[in-house]
Ligand binder design. Structure first.
Ligand code: ADP
Length: 208
């Protein structure tokens, strides 16, 4: 546990992470149904790239018409995705634009929810970006690599190569598991983790 940086305030702040398409949103949705505010990094990154924002202007300046939507004033997010997942340097550049904005949004939202006893922070790149320091505990959602690939291909309508690029852009799940406080098993049927999550919520293990 010595390497684990955690937030040590009074509020319980559950960091929810795991590989892409491992089942984070499904677990997040369940937490919302339990009345817990779920702060969503993907939503904040999506908002940062809305039409007319500084980050959108920076993206348009860098990539030009290739990433301009033909249908709206905004970005062609699929075109942007294909640039950054094909080139790690470009992904790093985009992440450097977005991560400070996402972090700012978390700080704002945590202020808004400061009176609640529990909040959840759903952050795909939680360890990659060092945001475990915002969380009092971290849960990693896990399924097998084959399930992950297949669920990603089906949900996002990607080719096998595109799915693998997106999976490779994140830390391996095993590394995340090593740093987690709890691992949510999502290898079974949908929501088969419900009793495990209830137990973590209502009878949490004592962390070191
Ligand atoms: P994440 O938020 O981690 O990217 P999601 O919760 O969106 O992942 O799940 C990825 C996809 O897999 C979604 O389409 C979801 O409906 C599906 N899914 C999640 N859990 C299961 C499961 N246990 N069995 C089959 N499909 C699942």
């Amino acid at each position: 546990m010595s390497e684990r940086q955690r937030w040590e305030g009074r509020q319980r702040r559950i960091g929810l992470t795991g590989g892409i398409a491992s089942g984070k949103s499904s677990v997040g949705h369940f937490l919302e149904q339990q009345g817990i505010a779920v702060l969503d990094a993907d939503l904040y990154a999506h908002e940062a790239l809305a039409p007319g924002t500084p980050a959108t202007r920076a993206v348009l300046e860098r990539y030009g018409v290739k990433v301009q939507s033909e249908l709206s004033e905004g970005l062609d997010r699929a075109a942007l995705g294909s640039i950054v997942f094909n080139d790690p340097q470009e992904r790093t550049w985009l992440e450097s634009q977005l991560h400070p904005l996402v972090r700012q949004r978390f700080d704002q939202e945590l202020q808004t929810h400061v009176g609640e006893s529990v909040v959840a922070l759903m952050i795909p790149l939680l360890f990659e970006t060092g945001l475990e320091s915002l969380c009092s505990e971290v849960w990693v959602v896990y399924c097998s690599p084959t399930q992950q690939r297949q669920r990603l291909i089906t949900r996002n309508q990607l080719s096998l190569e595109e799915a693998e690029q997106r999976i490779r852009a994140q830390w391996p799940t095993d590394r995340k598991i090593e740093l987690a406080d709890s691992v949510i098993e999502n290898r079974g049927f949908p929501q088969s983790w419900t009793s495990q999550v209830r137990e973590l919520l209502y009878a949490p293990p004592q962390l070191d």
